[in-house]
Design a protein around this ligand. Structure first.
Ligand SMILES: *Cc1c(COP(=O)(O)O)cnc(C)c1O
Length: 230
């Protein structure tokens, strides 16, 4: 079942790339494995998946210990400053930085662990009350501040679009994030090297790819529905 679902997602990513004149290799699939057991991740690994996204620090570190070391781990969930130390040297990318305080903590812990942290700034493009993330107009000032921190680099932007019945409703949100991304690139800020646009989930990843996503975070379409009660 996992194999078929992965193949289906892969086909849909390819089709969205074809429709928008983009190359498949310019879009990274992050398999969002939160709540799924290690055995399921191992199964995905055996099918060739090497990039996994998790949203909880403890779950990520447990899976990190249990699974092969050539996996690339992405922290996609809200991150508390007191937990940065557990993951800073284990993840390739933190998708969810939304304050200077969190960036400064990542800087401090990266220095301590003798590593370099790659981050995305999470933008709440739709300004939903219930969501974390920066407002659009807060992004460039924060990028300029983080640029001074030597152990952390802003690689791009991330958004979680609203849950909608029709993914077309999120198209302008993805387009707006892409515009902001281009604005940051144009500013050529020292120590800022943006090349990543993390947007699109099970319900809307095709539209996100059409609007320029370079990373899609897909859980349900690969692993099936999550059960939070176990
Ligand atoms: C859970 C989660 C996803 C994946 O969601 P699906 O709808 O299951 O594809 C993507 N991004 C973030 C930040 C998540 O927390």
């Amino acid at each position: 079942m996992l194999k078929e679902q992965l193949e289906d997602v892969e086909k849909r990513i390819q089709a969205a790339c074809d429709r928008s004149g983009r190359r498949r290799e310019d879009v990274t699939l992050i398999a969002v494995s939160k709540t799924k057991p290690v055995s399921t991740l191992q199964e995905a690994y055996d099918l060739g998946i090497r990039v996994f996204g998790e949203n909880k620090v403890q779950e990520l570190t447990e899976k990190y210990e249990a699974l092969p070391k050539d996996i690339h781990w992405h922290m996609i969930g809200h991150l508390q400053t007191n937990k940065v130390k557990y993951i800073v040297d284990k993840v390739d990318l933190i998708h969810s930085v939304d304050s200077l305080r969190l960036a400064e903590t990542i800087e401090k812990e990266a220095e301590k662990h003798n590593c370099h942290a790659n981050i995305l700034l999470e933008v709440n493009v739709a300004e939903e009350e219930s969501k974390f993330g920066l407002k659009t107009n807060e992004v460039i000032p924060l990028v300029e501040k983080i640029a001074y921190l030597p152990h952390i680099t802003v690689r791009g932007l991330m958004t979680i679009a609203p849950f909608v019945d029709n993914p077309e409703k999120n198209r302008t949100i993805f387009a707006d994030l892409q515009k902001l991304y281009v604005d940051i690139k144009k500013k050529n800020i020292d120590n800022v090297n943006v090349s990543i646009l993390s947007m699109g989930m099970t319900n809307d990843f095709e539209v996100a790819i059409e609007e320029g996503a370079t990373m899609v975070r897909i859980g349900t379409a690969i692993f099936g529905a999550r059960n939070y009660n176990i």
